[in-house]
Design a binder for this molecule. Structure first.
Ligand SMILES: C[S@@+](CC[C@H](N)C(=O)[O-])C[C@H]1O[C@@H](n2cnc3c(N)ncnc32)[C@H](O)[C@@H]1O
Length: 325
């Protein structure tokens, strides 16, 4: 099957101009994910083959270094299935990290790493049985988020399923608080494009985007329990400086490592101080709703996130995927 209209991209040859080129973050750590949440995510993504055992073709959109893909492959493997998975991301560096960090299996086909803006991919119409995006939709401004869902809709087969793991604030106040704190983090780290481009959606905004793109039977079957622990951002906060050294010389010396660790700590202290000052004017009720806690040098809170599922066809067709088996 020819899934790509354009040619396959040689990701090593390209310069990374995306907003996440130099961002070094272990997403499973910074997003504070829990094992039970990942299990629920995989359950919603499955099945990985049709009732006749034909493996599904899956897109891991905005897939970064392939963490979601590696989990899908492991879970499907337990069921004796090997789905055909493509990872699409606009950052060559993130895609390359999938290989260099061994997150992806050694034999993962390189032509399934696709460098593309998720709003306009090279995939032909109706290519995928399932599309997955974890913590990606918020990477673009609100008005652009519907374009992501429209593109997902285009590349899904009739009866196909879209599963996303995303921020889902229940009100505008908690949305603003989270956005202001994370923007400050991006500003301190020097992630200029991320400061400008990101919008962390409310639950209503996500449902609205699903609806505008034409999805049916949309639901949010699982509420996630993430914890934001600002001290876990220290490594990420010195990403740009670390990446610069790696680009220039390929290795960080022990002295530089000490300096980078110290830089991350200092920047994190700056972020913690900003957050404490910001939160001083937030109501007690809101802090309780966010499960907001302060210690002498840290801040911890729990943003609202959910798993959302929508289908490209009528529910009657959904049964054909083997969902009810
Ligand atoms: C927070 S990371 C999540 C990565 C991965 N889904 C995970 O959870 O491990 C967001 C990813 O979206 C990518 N991204 C941002 N804007 C994009 C766009 N317009 N098109 C494709 N990828 C994009 C970034 O390069 C980054 O790898």
């Amino acid at each position: 099957m020819n899934t790509l209209e354009g040619s396959v991209i040689d990701i090593k040859q390209e310069e990374d101009k995306s907003g996440q080129a130099d961002r070094l973050a272990k997403f499973e750590d910074v997003h504070g994910l829990k094992q039970a949440d990942f299990e629920a995510f995989l359950k919603n993504i499955g099945p990985f083959c049709d009732p006749d055992g034909r493996p599904f073709t899956i897109l891991d959109g905005m897939g970064g270094y392939g963490d979601v893909t590696s989990h899908i492959l492991a879970e499907a493997g337990k069921q004796g299935v090997t789905p055909d998975i493509y990872i699409a991301d606009e950052s060559i560096n993130q895609l390359n990290r999938g290989i260099s960090s061994n997150t992806l299996p050694e034999d993962f086909p390189k032509d399934h790493l696709v460098l593309t803006d998720i709003r306009k991919t090279p995939f032909t119409d109706e290519t995928f049985d399932t599309v997955v995006i974890k913590m990606g939709i918020h990477e673009v401004q609100l008005e652009e988020q519907t374009k992501i869902l429209q593109e997902v809709f285009r590349v899904l087969k009739e009866g196909g399923k879209f599963v996303t793991w995303e921020l889902a604030f229940s009100n505008k106040e908690s949305q603003k608080i989270f956005q202001d704190i994370i923007r400050k983090k991006d500003e301190i780290a020097g992630f200029t494009q991320m400061v400008e481009k990101r919008w962390f959606p409310t639950e209503a905004e996500i449902f609205d985007s699903f609806e505008k793109a034409g999805f049916v039977d949309v639901s949010s079957p699982h509420t996630l329990e993430p914890t934001v622990n600002l001290r876990k951002r220290e490594f990420e906060l010195a990403s740009i400086e670390r990446s610069k050294i790696m680009h220039e010389r390929g290795v960080v010396t022990p002295e530089e490592e000490v300096q980078l660790v110290e830089l991350g700590k200092q920047r994190c202290s700056q972020l913690v101080a900003f957050t404490k000052q910001y939160m001083a004017s937030v109501s007690k009720e809101m802090k309780e709703a966010m499960n907001y806690r302060e210690t002498e040098d840290n801040v911890i809170f729990e943003p609202e996130k959910k798993i959302f599922v929508g289908y490209k066809q009528k529910p009657a067709i959904i049964a054909d995927r083997g969902e009810n088996q």
